[in-house]
Write a protein that binds this ligand. Structure first.
Ligand SMILES: *Cc1c(COP(=O)(O)O)cnc(C)c1O
Length: 352
């Protein structure tokens, strides 16, 4: 399958001269979730847009293919980003593909192991800072302006343009937009972009209806819910550990225009959703991704209307579970080895 630039060329800011840097991102599966559907009842159908199956394991690739292609068109010196992890993994891969330098500035000790490994293996120059993500972003914005290095955070307008293609794919798959769309919110670029994609398709005569957009923030990093920046955001969902979202206004617009909402979900609720997805739906996503499903379940528990009976709900699962192996094995104690004998094996399997 071609990447998103080739597939949606007429809806993206590219020209025939734009050098396309692609890893064939997008075309991710929209997986039906029977367990969640039956929890909601009323013949409501829940689908998981599993963005963890992009080339570097997160939705960030949709925006990065366009941002790096445009950077090449403009003959950039290299790319730079601040990152909670997935942006850096994606930037590093696309920069490697393009043959240009990539610098990533990360909050030290707060990036999941899988993401850090990716950035390093792809050859990015990784610079941990003592501050948090919001502080890292301030630094890279300034240096990118001073040094003429292309910033590939979601402040780069091409990132959101690429990310809007998720809505096009969902509409193609379902035949129209869902009734409700839940997604995790960190910097709020993705909610802004997804809503833009739905609206553009609608205005072009595509989907007749538009979804309600429900953003889900971690309770310890919920500035939009609280209406004020959070100085020291904390959550196990490191990808959304952001206290001052760059696309704050975009999120507010999406929520207001779509009659949607913004929710805070506790880490415990995120981990319960993470567990449900893995154990009942067979889908392994990273904790931040599970915030969307945590929001869905929280709404259901408070008996809030989620979608009409027979309606359709999409949850974006933003990244792959293997990104954060430490979380996966946290709190699990592996049993001691057994003797290499049939009887011992039967016993360990609870068969005798
Ligand atoms: C980047 C990211 C988010 C947050 O997306 P925003 O556009 O910053 O709101 C959520 N989940 C994962 C896995 C991410 O990598």
């Amino acid at each position: 399958m071609a990447g998103i630039i080739e597939r949606y060329r007429d809806r993206l800011p590219v020209t025939p001269e734009t050098p396309v840097v692609s890893l064939e991102e997008g075309s991710t599966p929209l997986i039906h979730a029977p367990g969640l559907s039956s929890i909601l009842g009323g013949d409501r159908q829940v689908f998981l847009k599993f963005e963890g199956l992009n080339p570097t394991g997160s939705f960030k690739d949709r925006g990065m293919t366009l941002a790096v292609s445009k950077a090449m068109e403009q003959e950039c010196r290299g790319v730079i980003c601040a990152s909670t992890g997935n942006t850096s993994a994606s930037a590093a891969a696309y920069a490697a593909r393009a043959g240009i330098p990539c610098w990533v500035v990360l909050p030290a000790g707060k990036v999941a192991a899988g993401k850090l490994a990716q950035a390093i293996v792809h050859g990015a120059r990784v610079i941990p800072i003592e501050g948090n993500f919001d502080e890292a972003l301030e630094l890279v914005v300034e240096i990118s302006e001073r040094e003429g290095i292309t910033l590939v955070n979601s402040l780069n307008p091409y990132r959101l343009e690429g990310q809007k293609t998720i809505a096009f794919e969902i509409i193609e798959e379902l035949g129209c937009a869902p009734d409700t769309h839940f997604l995790p919110v960190g910097n709020a670029g993705n909610i802004t972009a997804t809503w833009r994609g739905y609206r553009e398709d609608h205005h072009a005569g595509g989907t007749p209806s538009l979804p309600s957009m429900i953003g889900c923030q971690a309770a310890g990093a919920a500035p939009i819910v609280g209406g004020a920046p959070v100085k020291n955001p904390e959550t196990i969902a490191t990808a959304i550990r952001i206290g001052n979202p760059a696309s704050w206004q975009g999120a507010l617009d999406a929520i207001e225009q779509s009659s949607g909402d913004i929710l805070a979900v506790e880490d415990q609720q995120i981990l319960a959703a993470y567990d449900h997805l893995a154990k009942r739906e067979g889908v392994f996503c990273e904790p931040a991704s599970a915030a969307s499903v945590a929001g869905l379940l929280k709404r259901h528990e408070t008996a809030a209307q989620i979608a009409p009976a027979g309606g359709t709900i999409v949850c974006t699962l933003t990244g792959h579970g293997l990104k954060d192996p430490d979380r996966a094995i946290a709190g699990v104690e592996l049993p001691a080895p057994i003797p290499t004998e049939m009887d011992a094996l039967r016993k360990a399997m609870d068969l005798t």
